[in-house]
Design a protein around this ligand. Structure first.
Ligand code: FUL
Length: 502
């Protein structure tokens, strides 16, 4: 497989090269190269000036996105197929893509990705590349198109639209040869030209054998060029240069999550080796140990790139629908905990909602989604900070929900401090923090404190902030608080501070 050097080729024509020389200002860019003479200080300064591309920023602001896993596995009850399924088993009785989109919307989901083709190779659209598709199924007498129905429903309800196309294909006879790369390009061509705007393309890292027992050498760089050509605004996720897998399918991200990481994290072999290669064996990944983007890891890097984390999880134990899991749908409270540990840990949540054999999202899932959204809305209804005393302009910037307006707090002895005072005592039990990532991700350590008995007491301590950090401390009340940024790679640009109470 090819190395990250080729990824960079795909990235660069779209970006201005970073301009850098000692003593000169570093311009912000989504990739920065390390020169042999760079000191540790230079490297950290470069890291602080890595920023998202426009497509990455749009995606990050979605916060909650959704997956639709649907296909022959829905009808066989399996998680992974074999490629030998008879297309006649695919026969949803009441398929309604609009119901999927409305259910997702009721849960606050902003973009939906459909498994146009999973590892078994069965295609949910009338592709010309193989007969192993809905064309050979009894559904709508072989004249249906699931991808089209979902694309149209997304458009109608202002939902982003994405495509999962599994590189691994257990059915394609050409798998394991160069011809398969041509077939894959043709499948991309169809999916990216037949259905209007595509906002995300999701490439799985799972890479097993084809029907002929062969493994494929994927020409990912060719795939990326095709996507950039046909859908330049789409992010390419996982086996792709724009969005990184957080490394677990639990929905729980890391406490320290950097969106700026060494370029070798784009290495295709490395991504694939961390991905699931067997249906029964989940990737082993110890999140407590692997902090990507720490100072140490940056010092030995060749370059630094904006490569943010996506945290995927299913609302049910499986990715595909299984009726025996109807009583195992994640509760609204569990989903809320996941929200705090994904979106609230500088990630984008990708929540899977698998339609059942009818072709509908099950009533239980719809109910839990709605209640989950109700919990989130209840918590974040009013930012108590907007009632604080002091500089009205700064307060407005910190509470306007606009990521592009931010303040640099006052500096004192290398720390940046925001002092907050209320006329009357206020109580809260949720904290939300956001950095203006269009200036870079910079905060490395912070503490929120309150003044009691003339002493400062910590309420919440943390490391990175990034796009968003959420916390649920025990309820505190008082009139004086302060946020102390104890360590930062360069001056921090704070976009939002939120105190909330449910
Ligand atoms: C994994 C796949 O093997 C699962 O079936 C599922 O699609 C998940 C999102 O990614 O790698």
């Amino acid at each position: 497989m090819k190395k990250f050097g080729l990824f960079i080729k795909v990235l660069l024509p779209l970006q201005m090269l970073a301009f850098y020389a000692h003593g000169q200002k570093i311009s912000r860019n989504h990739i920065q190269f390390i020169s042999p003479g760079d000191s540790h200080k230079d490297i950290i300064e470069k890291a602080a000036n890595v920023v998202p591309t426009a497509r990455q920023l749009r995606w990050q602001k979605l916060e909650v996105t959704g997956f639709i896993h649907f296909g022959v596995n829905t009808f066989t009850g399996k998680e992974w197929g074999t490629g030998k399924e008879n297309p006649e088993i695919f026969n949803p009785t009441d398929l309604d893509a609009e119901q999927w989109v409305l259910a997702a919307k009721a849960g606050g989901i902003k973009q939906l990705i459909i498994t146009a083709k999973h590892h078994d190779g069965f295609c949910l659209w009338p592709t010309k590349t193989t007969g192993h598709s809905i064309i050979s199924s009894p559904w709508k007498e072989g004249k249906g198109d699931v991808v089209k129905e979902m694309a149209e429903a997304c458009k109608k309800h202002d939902m982003g639209f994405g495509i999962y196309l599994s590189p691994w294909d257990m059915n394609a006879p050409s798998y394991g040869t160069e011809d398969y790369n041509d077939l894959f390009i043709e499948q991309l061509n169809e999916l990216l030209t037949w259905y209007g705007k595509v906002d995300e393309v999701w490439f799985d890292g799972a890479n097993g054998e084809g029907p002929n027992g062969k493994k494929q050498v994927y020409d990912f760089d060719r795939y990326y060029e095709k996507i950039r050509e046909l859908q330049p605004e789409a992010v390419i996720a996982i086996m792709g240069p724009d969005v990184r897998w957080v490394g677990t399918e639990t929905g729980y991200g890391k406490d320290t999550e950097w969106s700026v990481v060494p370029v070798n994290n784009l290495d295709q072999e490395k991504i694939a080796s961390n991905s699931q290669q067997n249906v029964n064996v989940k990737p082993t990944w110890d999140k407590s140990k692997e902090v990507l983007g720490s100072r140490e890891s940056l010092y030995s890097a060749k370059g630094l790139v904006w490569y943010p984390a996506e945290t995927d999880v299913s609302i049910r134990p499986g990715w595909f629908y299984h009726s025996e899991q109807d009583d195992k749908v994640k509760s609204p409270e569990k989903l809320l905990d996941i929200y705090f540990n994904s979106v609230g840990k500088n990630g984008v949540l990708l929540l899977n909602l698998p339609p059942d054999k009818r072709g509908l999202i099950h009533e239980q899932d719809v109910k839990n989604l709605k209640e989950w959204k109700g919990l989130i809305d209840g918590i974040f209804e009013e930012n108590i900070l907007s009632h604080a005393k002091g500089n009205k302009k700064s307060l407005k910037v910190l509470t306007d929900n606009d990521l592009s307006t931010s303040i640099v707090p006052e500096e004192s002895n290398g720390e940046y401090i925001v002092e907050i005072e209320f006329k009357n005592a206020v109580g809260f039990n949720y904290l939300s923090l956001q950095e203006n990532i269009t200036r870079g991700q910079r905060v490395e350590a912070f503490v929120l404190e309150h003044l009691q008995d003339e002493k400062w007491h910590p309420i919440v301590e943390g490391t990175t902030i990034g796009y968003k950090r959420l916390f649920k401390p025990d309820e505190v009340s008082g009139t004086k608080f302060r946020l102390r940024i104890k360590k930062s790679r360069l001056e921090p640009h704070l976009a939002e501070i939120g105190f909330y109470k449910d």
